[in-house]
Structures are given as structure tokens and as C-alpha cells.
Design a protein around this ligand. Sequence first.
Ligand code: ADQ
Length: 465
Amino acid sequence: MSADARLVVVSNRVAVPKARGAAGAQGGLAGALNAALKERSGVWFGWSGEEAEEHTGEISTQTTDGVTTATIDLSKRDVDEYYNGYANSTLWPLFHYRLDLAEYERETAKGYERVNERFAETLHPLLEDDDVLWVHDYHLIPLGERLRSRGVQNRIGFFLHIPWPATRLFVSLPYHERLVRTMLHYDLLGFQTHEWLDSFLHYCRTELGAEIDEETGAITLDGRTTIARAYPIGIDWDHFSKLGEDEAAQRAQQRLLNSTRRRTAMIGVDRLDYSKGLPERLDGISRFFDQHPDRVSDLVFIQIAPPSREDVESYQKIRAELEQKAGQINGARSEVDLVPVRYVNRGYSHAELFGFFRAAKIGLVTPLRDGMNLVAKEYLAAQDPEDPGVLILSRFAGAAAQMEDALLVNPHSPDDLAHAIGKALDMPLEERRRRYESLIGTVRDDNVQDWTENFLRDLDSAGQL
Ligand code: ADQ
């Protein structure tokens, strides 16, 4: 298989590339994948995000700068069962250790299999013999096996963006073995961290009796070998770190500084998701205020959290809980000219986020569980090296494995969070610089371009590893 074979990326949603020079930002992952797709005149296949009355099998294609996007619509039933149902109400909570929120419904499991089969059926005719396929995330775990059952022999890799749970949790999923066996039809499996990789290997060894070669990550079962490795994702450093030159970033920074005046701004930026530990974060802030009432006027906390997956009940609940907690803190602690928590339910461009991150002297990234968490890396990339802010990071984010010099916290403990906030507020410049220097290297060097290259290099040579 040659390294310049055409690349076919498959994910639940497709980020349609912007024409050269077109306005608007693209996420780091979309940017990196588009760069790889451009290099290899590739195709990006997935759901359009649109709901159709009926599934028609029609593919919409668009080619920009040599990259073709091919999308299909899904029916309302498909979206309910596959996306809102099995992917986001079964796998997402389970993989984020929220057994209490995981729902197991036979119908949604069937919908998940049906849509994966539909992806395989629609994608198959588009494939050429030499294509290298890269499938992304928990929505499409069985896709590789579905393609193999149609005779596809191409090299196929899979990357999981979220954690892989411990075996004792994972086995609570009905038909868990069937799901994992489908994964062994990929040539290469990528995980964000060694912890998630080890959990997966542990499952394969103990539940399936697979043979594992720890050194190469080779998993052998029934005469087939799959390679599994950790590939920690990074940010698009070249793009993100230069956003400070952008006028929108400078305006956003100034806007925040003007509005906070002499108070220290502390920031959180997350999709509104229960895995991100947002109510727990507010509990920690509330505890800090309880312990240090004299410091309420020193600090303002800005939480930016655009709603996501609003059709799923657990997401409606977390939103209501957060509104209530923010309201409680502000009710108890506000003065006529002072509101301690600013809770904003919308998204901002990367340039604006850069400006907010730079204006905030404390970054709070405290998920209860997270595959990686790119916000932690973006916060650091936006800091002024001469006067950097402090990152408070959950030990349960994948990013923590690379970022031991952040202030690592247990997000479940309000006392731990409150202590870290106090420490960050009082941290001398010298210590802030030292921590920043030790952290920024991995943010800069282990970037998303490297991640793409490493994964695709191993996929190109899978079978010879
Ligand atoms: P997410 O759960 O979405 O991603 P994360 O990695 O933190 O989590 O964020 C992805 C991107 O969304 C970042 O670039 C961030 O700037 C942006 N974003 C978040 N909140 C925003 C807001 N309020 N406004 C604008 N942009 C916002 C999943 C996994 C993660 C993994 C990534 C990539 O859950 O663990 O790091 O995929 O693999």
C-alpha cells in the first residue's frame, strides 16, 4: 500500500471544507483532516446533519480544493435511534463512566447497527482498491466489520476520541463482546491515552482470550491481528497560537479586561455536557467563596457553555441544574456592582476564545472524564509567555497524562477545587512561568498535524508493524 494512496475519512458528521480564503474558522480536527485529505485528494464521508422523511441512499458530493465531501441524510427514526439513542444515550455515558445515565434499549441498538450498515452500503461503491480508510469515533465502531462483510479488503483504521472504560464497567453493556469483536476487523485502532488503550487491551485479554503483544500493541484473535496504540490528539498549533494577531482576538481580550477591571478573570469553555463537570466546578467555586468571603470581589468566573445534544433528556437536565447553581451563587454573593459568575450559553469563534483565554488568569478545565480535552491545550496556547495564567486541570481528562505541571485536581471534590483556585490566585509569577514553560512544549510539539501523520503512517504500514 503506497503512502500516497487516496485517503477516505469517515465520521458521523462531515466538516465541509471552506474554499481558500473563505471567511470563518474551522476546528483543529477538521483543519488537520482536510490538510491530509488535500494531500491525498481524499474523500470525507458522513451524515449531512439533515433529517429526511425517508432514507433515500442519495449521496451529495462537493469538491473543494481537491477534497470531496460525500454526505447522506438520515431519517428521523435513524437520528433518534442511532445518534440520540445508542451513540449518545448508551455509549457516550457508559464510556464516560456514567452508568447511571446509560440507557439500554433494544430498538436503539438495532438502529445503531442499521445506520452503520447503511454507511457501509452507501460508502462501498465509492471505494477504490488502493484507498486507505480512517473511521472516527463511537458512532461508527462496527463500520469496519460491516465493510469487511461486503468484501472490502482495504486498509482501515479507527480512532476513538472518547475514553475506553474499565472492563468491569464495559461489561454492563449488553452484547459488549459483539461490539468489541467488530473492532478487531480494523487494521489499526487508536486511543487518546495509554490508560484507555490499556483498558481496551485488558478487555481483549480477559474477556475474549486474545493474545496481546504489549510492545507492538498487536491483538491476535482467531488468526487475525489488529494493532492498537495510543495517539494523543493535539491542537492546530500553527493556526491557534497565531490568533493573537487577529483583531477579533484582541477585541475579545480587551472586552473582557474592561468588563472585569481589577478582578481576576477565571474561565471555563465547554460544550454543555455532563462529562465536563460543570455543576461540580460551580460547587468548587462556591466552596472557595464560602471559605474566603473576603475574596469574592477579587474574582469573576466566566463559563462559556453552548448547549449540545438538546434532544437527549440528560442534557436538558444538566442545563437546568447549571442554571440553578449559577443563579444560587449569584443570588447569595452578588452586589449591585458585582456578579461573581457569568454563565453564557453560546459558542464563540476560536479567535474570540483566544482573546478570552488570554485575558483570564485562571483556566478551569475540570471534566469528570474526557478522552483528551483540547480546551486545556488551547488555554495554554493563548497565554502570554511573560505573564502566563494558571491551568487547573482534572486528573480525569486524557490531557492530564501529558500535563503534570498543571494544577491537577479531583473535580468531584469541592475542597480540592477551592484549594487549587486559592493556589492559582496567589501563585508567584516565577512559578507560573515555570509551569507554563514545562507545559507549552507538548502543546506546541504534539500538535494535530503530528497526530494525523503518526496515525496515517502506522495505518499505511499496518500489517508490517
Ligand atoms: P469535545 O467533547 O467536544 O471533543 P474538547 O476536546 O474539549 O471536547 O473540545 C473540542 C473543541 O470545541 C475545542 O476546539 C473547543 O475550543 C471547542 N469548544 C468547546 N466549547 C466551545 C465554546 N463554548 N465555543 C466555541 N468552541 C468551543 C471530543 C472528546 C474530547 C477530545 C476531542 C478531540 O470528548 O475528549 O479532546 O473530541 O479528539
